[in-house]
Design a protein around this ligand. Structure first.
Ligand code: 5RP
Length: 223
């Protein structure tokens, strides 16, 4: 079976009746949300989802998963994908430009479960450029600051639309390449200290478990 599908199905089995669940974004969580919707119907479970993007919101609504917000509920469990996972379970996320809402929902959850295939495991974060969501009026200033921190920022460009990607929050995304990221905990904080940065895609210290999907099995990593 496709590793992303296998791990998505496994994650859906972690959901219990009555739970509020953070619905991550991306192709791996797509399988999770589909599998969760099937369980809801077959087992008549009462579960509410808190989407992390328009993508997961539309999918949940289409599949009949009731949705709620952080104003009303706190997630018991958040299930989300990642672009890189290091041995300390630090992440880079935001390949789908959804990392700001993902971080809000994932960090709010009592349990944060990450689902990936093996291609996402790395020894050190940083081969994948760090997505940084930026207020449009601050773009030039933020690029300068990122450059002085040793990063090479690139404005993410859209497909099927001329010009830059506009995030679900109406902002730009800079993909920032660093030579290496020896201290992700520090970098996560430093990036968010730049005026005009809304949120960056480094996630540290919050993951409770990573499920890693392969063709024939799923294994688990815990801190
Ligand atoms: C979106 C994300 C995704 O979770 C991440 O890009 C992984 O995506 P996929 O499961 O498609 O590989 O952070 O912003």
């Amino acid at each position: 079976m496709d590793p992303k599908k296998r791990v998505g199905i496994e994650a859906a089995l972690r959901v219990k009746d009555g739970m509020v669940v953070g619905l991550g974004t991306g192709s791996t969580t797509h399988h999770f949300i589909k599998s969760l919707a099937e369980r809801l119907k077959e087992e008549e479970l009462e579960v509410w989802g808190i989407p992390t993007s328009y993508q997961s919101y539309f999918l949940a609504v289409e599949l009949g998963i009731p949705v709620t917000t952080l104003d009303e509920h706190r997630p018991d469990l958040a299930v989300d994908g990642a672009d890189e996972v290091d041995p300390y379970l630090n992440l880079i996320k935001g390949g789908g430009a959804a990392h700001t809402r993902e971080k809000i929902v994932d960090y709010a959850a009592k349990t944060f479960l990450v689902i990936v295939d093996e291609s996402k495991l790395v020894e050190q974060l940083g081969e994948f450029p760090v997505p940084v969501e930026v207020l449009p009026g601050a773009l030039t200033m933020v690029k300068e600051r990122l450059g002085s921190m040793g990063g090479t920022p690139r404005l993410r460009m859209a497909h099927m639309k001329d010009g830059p990607v506009i995030s679900d929050n109406n902002n730009f995304i800079l993909d920032v390449q660093f030579d290496n990221i020896p201290h992700p905990v520090l970098l996560e904080k430093e990036l968010n200290n730049i005026p005009g940065v809304l949120e960056n895609g480094i996630f540290t210290g919050e993951v409770d478990e990573v499920l890693i999907g392969a063709v024939t099995q799923v294994r688990s990593l815990k801190p």
